[in-house]
Design a protein around this ligand. Structure first.
Ligand SMILES: Cc1cc2nc3c(=O)[nH]c(=O)nc-3n(C[C@H](O)[C@H](O)[C@H](O)COP(=O)(O)OP(=O)(O)OC[C@H]3O[C@@H](n4cnc5c(N)ncnc54)[C@H](O)[C@@H]3O)c2cc1C
Length: 478
């Protein structure tokens, strides 16, 4: 080759945006959506050239610096080891795969209820085959708890839940990665900056390279939601944004909820408040688990997880109580609203705030002495404080009302020593306009998982990945 031409080409390759390789499919994000797209594509069309581009680290390099000794709270790393990397936000999660259309997303509205359940069951089968065998599947079918809830104006939603636990979930991810790593090209620590439309498909551009592909699947999750907004605006893909869920994480002795968690593991219970007729719901229940920090774009909120391994059990059960806030015109930035509330708690507590329920209802802050004297030992080192200085009154009133309602089916819930951590915010990505194939107005560009606004859970995100893979592979989707 002509020396000057070769040098020119080399320069072009080094430039951000310089085309390096061509792929059939490029997947952005190695969370459950991205992983299951890759898995199903490999299974159905082993000849496809596939790249998965991920902003975070490979699984074994994902280490949160909080060790409880030297680093006690979130130090706001540039990419959060909890949220980014192989396995996505789900990697250190409790690994609860809820098989239901009643919560976890609205995938069924796009692909139909039966298809959505079928795909969630398929994902469950794969998880079992890759290390989840022997884990428990819980179900609300025929439970007496449903009646107990109804008698107390509470509503238990229907679901089957596979609880992998944080430990087994990790093993499943490790095994799936080992299966995929020679069949798919994984690129780690390369956040995608732009997606451009080309004549034959798309150009996926990172700070280092550009990847040309015929089909592109974006599965950037919640942590990629801000970036997703810019992609939609650059490619003129219509979006909608109007919801955020705000609440607290409740922590109490495991015995208080054991009759529910032993039978159902996770119960999704909804309550309509008498005062405002707002809906408050339980979310992400972790029997004998731990409360953890979550860092979303530098804002520290609270979450929870638990282990399958009994040796890692704690004395406590935790779950979130959330109130959904929907906005109408002219306000569009629902996530910005949630962020501002979380920022307020970060400002007052230098992170997450913890308060005893008894202190909250007496209108006083919790301090270290009151927390230490309480009968519930916190599993997260949070700052004792006053949640009423942070949470909007209407939301806090709803949460207090729900705690008293739950106290009727699980006496002890509204005890003074019950701990409330705030704030827990569930950010919803704006909804990206996609069709029944989860495809945008640009043919060949699919947006799936949590960044589409369609899913909010491991099972729905994973199922959406399988669905688009089958579509790309030309499978009959009926
Ligand atoms: C602590 C915690 C516990 C949870 N527990 C549960 C649970 O038990 N059950 C449940 O159903 N759900 C749970 N969830 C939610 C669940 O993890 C998510 O719904 C699910 O992971 C969504 O999958 P996803 O593939 O859409 O996105 P994600 O899992 O968020 O993955 C997206 C990936 O894309 C990458 N990315 C983002 N932007 C870019 C970019 N520009 N370029 C390249 N890569 C990018 C990110 O680094 C990330 O790895 C939990 C979440 C957290 C944080």
């Amino acid at each position: 080759m002509d020396k000057i031409l070769a040098a020119d080409m080399l320069q072009a390759l080094k430039r951000p945006g310089g085309v390096l390789m061509k792929y059939d499919v490029v997947i952005v994000g190695a969370g459950p959506g991205g992983i299951f797209s890759a898995y199903e594509l490999v299974k159905l069309k082993s000849n496809l050239k596939i790249a998965v581009i991920e902003a975070g680290n490979p699984l074994e390099k994902r280490k949160c610096p909080i060790d409880g000794v030297k680093v006690k709270s979130c130090i706001k790393c540039p990419t959060c080891a909890i949220m980014n990397g192989f396995g996505g936000a789900g990697a250190f999660s409790d690994g609860k795969y809820n098989i239901t259309n009643q919560f976890g997303g609205t995938l069924h509205e796009y692909i139909g209820k039966d298809k959505a359940i079928e795909l969630m069951n398929y994902v469950d089968k794969i998880n079992l085959a890759y290390g989840g065998e022997g884990t428990k599947l819980y179900s609300t079918a025929n439970t007496k708890i449903k009646k107990l809830c109804l008698e107390n104006n509470l509503h238990l939603l229907d679901a089957s839940v596979r609880h992998l636990g944080t430990d087994i979930n990790y093993i499943v991810l490790e095994n799936i990665y080992n299966f995929l790593k020679d069949k798919v090209e994984f690129v780690f620590r390369e956040p995608v900056e732009h997606v451009e439309k080309t004549d034959g498909g798309f150009k996926v551009i990172t700070g280092k390279k550009a990847y040309e592909c015929e089909k592109c699947i974006i599965s950037a999750g919640r942590s990629g939601s801000k970036w997703m907004e810019t992609v939609c605006s650059e490619l003129q893909i219509p979006t909608l944004s109007n919801r955020v869920d705000i609440g607290v994480r409740v922590e109490l002795p495991a015995e208080v909820f054991s009759h529910l968690t032993d039978e159902l593991y996770e119960s999704k219970i909804v309550y309509r408040t008498e005062k405002y007729e707002d809906l408050v719901r339980t979310f992400c229940m972790n029997p004998r688990g731990a409360v953890v920090n979550e860092n979303t774009n530098g804002i520290v909120t609270v979450n929870g997880h638990s282990y399958e391994d009994p040796s890692k059990y704690t004395q406590n059960t935790n779950f979130a109580l959330l109130v959904a806030k929907h906005f109408s015109t002219p306000f569009k930035d629902s996530n910005g609203y949630g962020e501002s509330i979380a920022r307020l708690s970060n400002m007052l507590g230098d992170g997450v705030i913890v308060q005893r329920f008894g202190d909250l209802v007496r209108g006083r802050r919790s301090n270290a002495t009151r927390i230490n004297e309480g009968f519930v030992t916190p599993t997260l080192a949070a700052t004792p404080g006053d949640l009423s200085l942070v949470m909007p009154k209407r939301i806090l009133d709803g949460i207090i009302e729900m705690l008293y309602a739950l106290d009727k089916i699980a006496p002890g819930t509204a005890n003074d020593d019950t701990l409330l951590y705030g704030v827990e915010v569930k950010f919803y990505n704006m909804e990206v306009e996609i069709d029944k194939d989860l495809q945008t107005c640009h043919k060949g560009l699919y947006v799936i998982g949590d960044c589409s606004g369609v899913t909010h859970s491991l099972s729905h995100a994973s199922a959406s990945g399988v669905y688009v893979a089958r579509h790309i592979a030309g499978e009959n989707l009926e």
